[in-house]
Design a protein around this ligand. Structure first.
Ligand code: ADP
Ligand code: ADP
Length: 222
């Protein structure tokens, strides 16, 4: 689903990502681990069609980011690190609004909204104002938004940041459920996060992949 080959990005003359390669299949949860400034966001932006590489490429859901970034964006669901402000909108209203922004019109907005609500187990709070929900539920609204256009690939940026232990476990269980149908990349600087749910870990440092292995292999070396 994602095949990254020799991906590099230089800002001015400063290399941010250097010759990064990896593959992610459906069912995989790849932990993309590295300290701040390592090149995680730059890599994620390139594999989601938001930033053109200086060299190399990525094929995402069958589309090449350097040739057709628009098609790539349609294959990708992105959960940003911090939630937007939802104002007074209910879960249902917000998702209708996002569906509209993604090109669904009128009654055609309902099937994707219903589906996203079902996948993220938000039925019981559908008509509640998002700002009144717990952080765990708010994070599920973020997932629902990312899932609206039924992407093949999910990119999650620090998905359990700021949640309490129970909420973290709920979000992790949800990620595992979703991964049965999708390729998931979880970008984080928290080691604990990748050990908990990922089946592969890539450690990136100064723009380079320095480790690519299973969590068990990774932990054995610590
Ligand atoms: P991470 O997400 O791991 O914190 P980033 O991909 O944001 O890392 O950044 C990698 C490197 O690229 C850092 O040195 C950062 O300062 C630099 N960088 C990121 N974005 C830009 C930009 N738009 N212009 C110039 N340098 C940037
Ligand atoms: P566009 O105007 O090209 O559609 P937007 O910034 O409106 O781009 O974002 C469209 C979708 O892409 C939204 O779902 C948003 O969450 C997601 N997105 C935003 N930033 C990124 C990023 N760095 N990587 C991947 N997806 C992103």
């Amino acid at each position: 689903m994602i095949e990254v080959k020799g991906l590099s990005k230089t800002y001015g003359n400063k290399p941010a990502v250097r010759d990064v390669s990896f593959k992610v299949e459906r069912g995989d949860i790849l932990g993309f681990l590295g300290p701040n400034g390592a090149g995680k966001s730059t890599t994620m932006k390139m594999i989601t069609g938001f930033l053109q590489p200086t060299a190399g490429t990525a094929i995402v859901g069958g589309h090449d980011v350097t040739r057709d970034p628009v098609a790539v964006k349609r294959q990708v669901g992105y959960l940003p690190e911090s939630a937007p402000s939802y104002g007074e909108m209910t879960v249902h209203e917000f998702l209708l609004f996002i569906a509209e922004a993604r090109g669904f019109r009128g009654a055609n907005r309902l099937p994707p909204v219903d589906r996203a609500i079902r996948l993220t187990h938000l039925e019981s709070v559908r008509h509640q104002t998002i700002e009144t929900l717990s952080k765990g539920y708010k994070q599920r609204v973020g997932f629902a938004q990312a899932l609206l256009h039924d992407p093949a690939v999910l990119i999650l940026d620090e998905p359990t940041d700021g949640l309490d232990p129970n909420q973290k476990n709920e979000v992790r269980a949800l990620i595992k459920e979703l991964a049965t149908e999708k390729a998931v990349v979880l970008s984080t600087h928290i080691l604990e996060e990748v050990g908990a749910i990922c089946n592969r870990i890539i450690l990136i440092s100064e723009g380079r992949v320095v480790v690519d292995e299973t969590p068990a292999e990774f932990q054995a070396r610590q």
